[in-house]
Design a protein around this ligand. Structure first.
Ligand code: URA
Ligand code: CA
Length: 434
């Protein structure tokens, strides 16, 4: 087999076999196939697309390029959730204890990464003492005992994807549906998921700017999952404005606690119930989505979800008393209000501008080496559709720097106010169940 022939075959719009794809990914991972040939192949895929079979073979070839996590020692069906990423997306912090409370095992492997705020692990580390440096044995023991544990990413997961993603980034081949879908799905499968729930975001703050694009990606991933024996479902949700109110690490932990108490932002709660009911259903803990949703609501109302959060934090060294007293979380030294310059209705909050403002405060990492300030961030006081009076607060800024001029500028750029009433955008555009 020669790579040049495979490139030509794809360039001419023909379907590659499983063996051909496996050959290509194996040889690319170990350096036998050079970057320039893989670049040409990625560009051929960009123009010629891939069939359902090719996408599934590519996904599994990337899964097999490195370590695969074995979660078979954990009882039950392991359902993982993946979000394509947004601003102030607090869903994992809510969902992990929430679905665990109704008996779904949550064996979460998570990263830190770059972004507007830290990753799930950074956020959780704002709970004093909480740590993810546990070994695999302890991880499995904790999931069996409490139904939920989080461990840092370790090992050599999907090296083919890592290499290919880096290459796509510099060859204008990132935004190809078959390549994105196989990239995301390969990582979830290698991390041990039996079933997968996807939160595909759409809007200014998301990777997929339109609902149509988001739907195409969601369908592609659901198809791959089902093809390779991992039941997969997807929700297409709005990221034209940030989710919930809080954007920042400790601030999002507090928001998650509020949500588990039933006092959280309604959009965050609603999305968590939607994603959570898919997870509970796929884990076969409820016969229907409606029944799953009922169980989750009950777990919030009867305090079981909150109890599970406490158990989870304590088991990994965390001070669980933050749940009853969130003032024990890191606190910023300064607090400023962003006052509305005019009266009217909020007509837009550009999510990525809000994210940049949080990053400027120090809530996220600009480079891998940057330190995160867990205490700082933003709490939105007004969302799209809300009525606002001149001088009222749009956003509370939590900062450890006294000078927040640049942040204030970004926030005013993010908000638009209209004199006419505005309707809030829908939260969930679509759900894809098969
Ligand atoms: N996120 C991924 O993990 N992979 C892609 O290809 C694009 C976004
Ligand atoms: Ca939030």
């Amino acid at each position: 087999m020669r790579m040049v022939d495979l490139i030509e075959k794809k360039r001419n719009g023909r379907e590659l076999s499983k063996d051909e794809i496996k050959f290509m990914i194996e040889k690319y991972t170990n350096g036998v196939i050079p970057d320039y040939q893989m670049s040409a192949f990625a560009m051929a895929v960009y123009f010629q697309d891939m069939t359902t079979n090719e996408r599934a073979h590519l996904t599994m070839a990337m899964v097999e390029s490195g370590d695969q996590i074995d979660l078979s020692a954990i009882d039950g069906i392991k359902v993982d959730k993946h979000s394509t990423g947004g601003v102030g997306d607090t869903t994992t912090l809510v969902l992990a204890p929430l679905v665990a409370a109704v008996g779904v095992p949550v064996a979460k492997m998570s990263g830190r990464g770059l972004g507007h705020t830290g990753g799930t692990i950074d956020k959780l580390e704002s709970v004093p003492g909480f740590h993810v440096e546990i070994d695999n044995e302890e991880f499995i023991r904790l999931v069996n005992a409490n139904k939920v544990a989080v461990i840092g990413q370790s090992g050599n997961l999907t090296p083919a994807d890592k290499k290919l993603y880096g290459l796509r980034d510099v060859t204008a081949t990132v935004d190809s549906i078959p390549l994105i879908a196989s990239s995301i799905m390969s990582k979830k499968i290698a991390a041990g998921a039996d079933a997968i729930v996807l939160d595909v975001k759409t809007g200014a703050g998301a990777f997929m700017k339109t609902v149509e694009e988001a739907e195409e990606l969601a369908k592609a991933m659901v198809e791959i999952g089902n093809q390779v024996g991992r039941q997969t479902m997807a929700v297409i949700s709005d990221m034209s404005q940030p989710l919930g109110y809080a954007v920042g690490n400790a601030l999002e932990v507090k928001e998650a606690i509020d949500t588990l108490k039933g006092n959280g932002p309604k959009d965050l709660e609603e999305l968590c119930l939607a994603l959570g009911s898919h997870m509970v259903y796929l884990a076969k803990k409820a016969p229907t989505h409606e029944e799953a949703r009922k169980q989750l609501k009950e777990a919030i109302e009867n305090g079981k979800a909150l109890e599970t959060l406490k158990l989870f934090l304590k088991a990994q060294g965390g001070d669980a008393s933050v749940v009853d007293d969130p003032s024990k979380l890191p606190q910023a030294r300064f607090k400023f209000e962003l006052e509305a310059k005019e009266s009217g209705y909020v007509s837009g909050i550009i999510a990525n501008e809000i994210g940049t403002a949080a990053m400027l405060l120090g809530a996220g990492r600009a480079t891998k080496e940057s330190e995160i300030d867990l205490a700082v961030g933003l709490v939105l006081r007004k969302k799209v559709g809300d009525k606002v009076q001149q001088g009222e607060s749009l956003v509370t800024i939590y900062s450890n720097k006294e000078d927040v001029q640049e942040v204030v500028g970004k926030l005013y750029e993010a908000y638009s106010i209209s004199s006419q009433p505005v309707e809030a955008p829908p939260l969930i555009y679509k759900e894809i169940k098969e």
